[in-house]
Design a binder for this molecule. Structure first.
Ligand code: ATP
Ligand code: MG
Length: 261
C-alpha cells in the first residue's frame, strides 16, 4: 500500500479544486494536498487517483508522491469554517495525500514541451479514459521546469457502474476516446510510438503491483467479486481487456491538427 502518514494540521482549503481539497501537514513533516474521503465524489475517485497515478509513475511519467493520510477527529474540531469542519468530520480515517509541490504553477503553453512526453501523456489518458486534461482544466503542474501530472479521479469511470457487478470489461475496452479536447491533442502523431513503447510494459505483474498500492478499505464491495482482492482482479480484467482492444480507443493521428504548440 502507498505509505501511510498521520495528519497533524489542516492548513487551508484549496478553493480552486472542485472537490474542496485542502493542504495538510503530516507527522513525516511533509505538506500534502489532501483529497478527502468525505467529499461528495466518494472513495472511487481516490482509488482512480492511486491506480492511474501509480501506473503513470511506473511508465516514467512524473506524478507527485502519493500517501494515505490518516485523519483524526481532533483535526477538524477547532476548524472555524463550517463547510471545512463538516468535511473533516466526515473524512475521519484514510484520505489521499498528494505531495505538495511548492512554487509549482499550472500548465502554460510557453512551457517547452517534449513531444514524446506529451504523446505518452495523451496515450495514458486514452488508455485510462481520463477526460480531465483539457485546455480549460490542464491538471498538469510545472515544477522545476518539468511536467507533473495531477488529478486522475475522473478516469476509470467504469467502476461507477460496479454496484451492479463488474461483468463487462469488453464494453469499457471498446469505448473510443475523444482526444479532440485533450490538452495535447496536437501530439496525436506521436501516439503510435508511445503505444509501442508503453503497452508492452503493462503486464499483469505490473498491474498487480499498482493495484496493491490502493488502500484496502477504499475498495468497496462488488457483487460477484470476492473481497478486496476480487475487486483488484476486476480492475486488472478491465485494464487488460482495454489494452488488448487498443485499435478501438487509440487517438488517430491526424496531420491536419498538428501544430507546434
Ligand atoms: N501536488 C500539488 N502541489 C501543488 N498544487 C497542487 C497539487 N495538487 C493540486 N494542486 C493545486 O490544487 C488544484 C486542485 O487540485 P486537483 O485538480 O487535483 O483537484 P480537484 O478537486 O480534482 O479539482 P478540479 O475538479 O477543479 O480539477 C490544482 O489545480 C492545483 O492548483
Ligand atoms: Mg483539477
Amino acid at each position: 500500500m502507498i505509505a501511510e502518514v498521520r495528519a497533524t494540521r489542516f492548513v487551508t482549503p484549496l478553493r480552486e479544486g472542485g472537490s474542496l481539497p485542502g493542504i495538510i501537514e503530516a507527522d513525516d513533516l511533509g505538506t500534502y494536498v489532501c483529497k478527502f474521503r468525505g467529499a461528495g465524489q466518494g472513495l472511487k475517485v481516490l482509488v482512480a487517483e492511486v491506480i492511474v497515478g501509480e501506473l503513470a509513475r511506473r511508465l516514467t511519467l512524473r506524478v507527485p508522491e502519493l500517501r494515505a493520510v490518516w485523519l483524526d477527529p481532533i483535526i477538524g474540531r477547532y476548524e472555524a469554517d463550517e463547510e471545512v469542519q463538516e468535511l473533516l468530520t466526515k473524512s475521519v480515517g484514510l484520505n489521499l495525500g498528494i505531495d505538495f509541490l511548492p512554487g509549482s504553477f499550472g500548465w502554460t503553453a510557453s512551457h517547452r514541451l517534449d513531444p514524446a512526453e506529451a504523446a505518452r501523456i495523451l496515450w495514458l489518458d486514452a488508455f485510462t479514459a481520463n477526460v480531465d486534461r483539457s485546455w480549460r482544466n490542464p491538471n498538469v503542474l510545472i515544477w522545476h521546469k518539468q511536467l507533473w501530472l495531477i488529478d486522475h479521479g475522473a478516469s476509470l469511470y467504469f467502476h461507477h457502474g460496479w454496484p451492479n457487478g463488474a461483468d463487462h470489461p469488453e464494453r469499457f475496452a471498446q469505448q473510443p476516446y475523444d482526444a479532440d479536447d485533450h490538452l495535447f491533442t496536437s501530439h496525436r502523431s506521436g501516439v503510435p510510438a508511445a503505444h509501442a513503447e508503453l503497452a508492452p510494459l503493462i503486464t499483469s505483474e505490473l498491474l498487480s503491483t499498482v493495484l496493491a498500492e490502493v488502500p484496502e478499505e477504499w475498495l468497496e464491495p462488488v457483487p460477484g467479486r470476492d473481497g478486496p482482492d476480487g475487486v483488484r482482479q476486476a480492475y486488472q480484467d478491465y485494464l487488460l481487456a482495454r489494452l488488448a482492444a487498443a485499435d478501438r480507443w487509440l487517438p488517430v493521428p491526424s496531420e491536419s491538427v498538428e501544430s507546434t504548440r
